[in-house]
Design a protein around this ligand. Structure first.
Ligand code: PEP
Ligand code: MN
Length: 242
């Protein structure tokens, strides 16, 4: 089961400390954004290449596989030596040429649902990766755009069960982007696991109020610890959890 945790963006060496904390609490993978997709070109875009030494240090000092988003073939090439799993973000979910490029890699891919993709389009999007040869694809429900504004996106728990009906690929849940609110991450994560999610990707920051990106939806390590405790309890009572 993938339990991917870590900051939205790699900011500085606190990435290493966060990595050590989430590992101790049960994370199987460490996440961190290097080149950040943003809604405005005038916003901060991540530390980019300055993250490379931190990725190398994390590999040695935290020793968890690293999950990082790439947004272009060029970024795949830059990140390739340092990253264990490529994340395809929601904004690239329908960029079929990019999906084909991910399909030519020999590293696992986390494929996030496009914010306007139907469930069937989501599954077909994964086919673009599979069809090029890469069979290590995990889908990720991260919420879709609806009329709702209280939450950042509308997390579609039905997508998790539906994907299991439609294909054999694993699917994980991202309750952080799925809700945009720290207080909702925990209950939505539990619902996703109960619905059959094969894992989670959760944003964790040691000081969320100071995070450069996505602080309002980031858990503290203490909150992540509580979540892990409940996740393990839910897993124990739901039969179909793989
Ligand atoms: C992220 O994981 O930080 C991210 C940008 O995700 P998404 O593509 O789902 O918005
Ligand atoms: Mn984020």
């Amino acid at each position: 089961m993938y339990i991917i945790a870590g900051p939205c963006s790699i900011e500085n060496e606190n990435f290493i400390d966060i990595g050590k904390k989430v590992k101790k609490l049960g994370a199987t993978h460490l996440r961190g954004g290097v080149f950040k997709p943003r809604s405005s070109p005038f916003r901060w875009h991540g530390i980019g290449l300055e993250a490379i030494p931190l990725l190398q240090r994390a590999k040695e000092e935290v020793s968890l596989p690293l999950v990082v988003e790439a947004m272009s073939p060029q970024q795949i090439e830059i990140l390739y030596p340092y990253v264990d799993v490529f994340q395809c973000g929601t904004r690239n979910a329908t960029n079929t040429e990019f999906l084909k490029e991910l399909g030519r890699q020999d590293k696992p891919v986390i494929y996030k649902r496009g914010m306007a993709q139907t469930i069937e389009e989501f599954v077909m999007g994964a086919d673009f990766i599979l069809n090029e040869g890469n069979q290590d694809v995990t889908l990720c429900e991260r919420g879709i755009r609806t009329f709702e504004t209280y939450t950042r996106n509308t997390f579609d728990v039905s997508c998790i069960a539906a994907v299991h009906e439609l294909c054999d690929l694993p699917i994980i849940a991202d309750p952080s982007h799925g809700t945009g609110k720290r207080s909702l991450v925990h209950p939505v994560a539990l619902a996703a696991i109960a619905a059959g999610a094969d894992g989670l990707i959760v944003e964790v920051h040691d000081d969320p109020d100071k995070a450069m990106t996505d602080g309002p939806q980031s858990l503290t390590p203490q909150e992540f610890e509580k979540l892990m405790y409940q996740i393990n309890r839910i897993k124990g009572v739901v039969d179909h959890v793989r």
